[in-house]
Design a protein around this ligand. Sequence first.
Ligand code: FAD
Length: 382
Amino acid sequence: MKNKYYIVGSGIVGCVIAHELAEKNAEVTIYERREHVGGNLYDFTDEHGIHVHLYGPHIFHTKIERVWEYVTRFCGWQDYNLVCGSIMDGICVPTSFDFESVDKFFPDEAELIKEHIKSVYGDQKSATVLEMLECEDAYVRKFAQYLYDKDYAPYTAKQWGIPPEKVDRQIFKRVPILFSYGSKYFDDPHQAMPETGYTELIKNLLANENISVKTNTEALDIISVNNDMVYINGKPADGTVIYTGPIDELFGCRYGRLPYRSLRFEWKYEDKESFQDMPVVAYPQAEGYTRITEYKKLPCQKVKGTTYAVEYPLPYKKGEANEPYYPVLTDESNELFAKYKKLAEQVNNLICCGRLADFKYYNIDQAIDRALDVAEKLMNGE
Ligand SMILES: Cc1cc2nc3c(=O)[nH]c(=O)nc-3n(C[C@H](O)[C@H](O)[C@H](O)COP(=O)(O)OP(=O)(O)OC[C@H]3O[C@@H](n4cnc5c(N)ncnc54)[C@H](O)[C@@H]3O)c2cc1C
């Protein structure tokens, strides 16, 4: 008899776990409520021949060697260093912010500001905007305050729908300020894009006869939890359930809803060579939207015309036409999550993992690392 596993969600976490278990001859069934596999990594070629990411731009980057070794087994990769920008007061600068921002926003005082930064921070390569705002040096503070007022604060408020003071401090660390020129958005040793797209990577992970995938299937119509048992179609589960959806929904939101942020994408096509200077540009001062991705500027795209997506953040409401993309991390939401986690730990044969079930802001590599850990534990019988 093969061991049985039921996986809720065909995002990268569900698919890596499915692959690992199926390789060990387990029988794996995946339930996916969307009409396609891949979760937020899903990509495809649009009617203009431009390869787009339906749920926002995804650039792979990692420091985790075992994850890089793992993903390169399933498809070819093209090295790619993402260049992002931000437009403030009509001027576009690269992000992470660097000395180019000093030159462009403070042309008359640029040398002075850079000298003060160097004398305060010495050999240090970067700092967060919050650290720089607390600096005793008035020139350092002036530069940081400008970026905070024009970019970090309005962008963050739109993205998370809450005042910047309430946002988890970790978020501000994601875009540090660099004390040099030629900034890159990520500093990981491996930065790349799958040559034929993420959907191909996902399909290769799932290409095993021990895996069956049921798309257009809401798992919570089939799977339920009662005290310490998971039920499938009203009977105690005859295998382990791995749940990668929003953890509050698994328990009927009994303690209240965990807050997730969603996005609405406005897709546009224009018959012109270029729409903006860089593939991903933030528009912190724009009304309602945060950033625009111009897909032909990502690798492997030599086409006429250009497709771009304008991102409008909004709260997630189940049942309405949007998806839970980002867990909103605050002290209150972390406390609420801890209550759901405790409930999940009391249930036999249930593992909750992934961005939505762990209520954590995982990048793709962290999500894969988590999936490999879970698969290893399951295979070791833990
Ligand atoms: C806009 C955006 C941009 C991003 N850009 C990057 C980037 O550039 N680089 C990077 O490294 N990371 C990026 N990420 C993060 C990346 O998307 C995640 O790390 C990764 O997708 C997490 O995978 P997952 O399997 O945990 O979750 P998901 O991809 O969310 O997959 C969960 C799946 O479960 C399904 N599901 C949920 N509940 C149920 C249910 N009840 N029944 C059936 N199916 C269900 C969902 O439909 C979904 O397909 C980005 C994320 C977003 C939102």
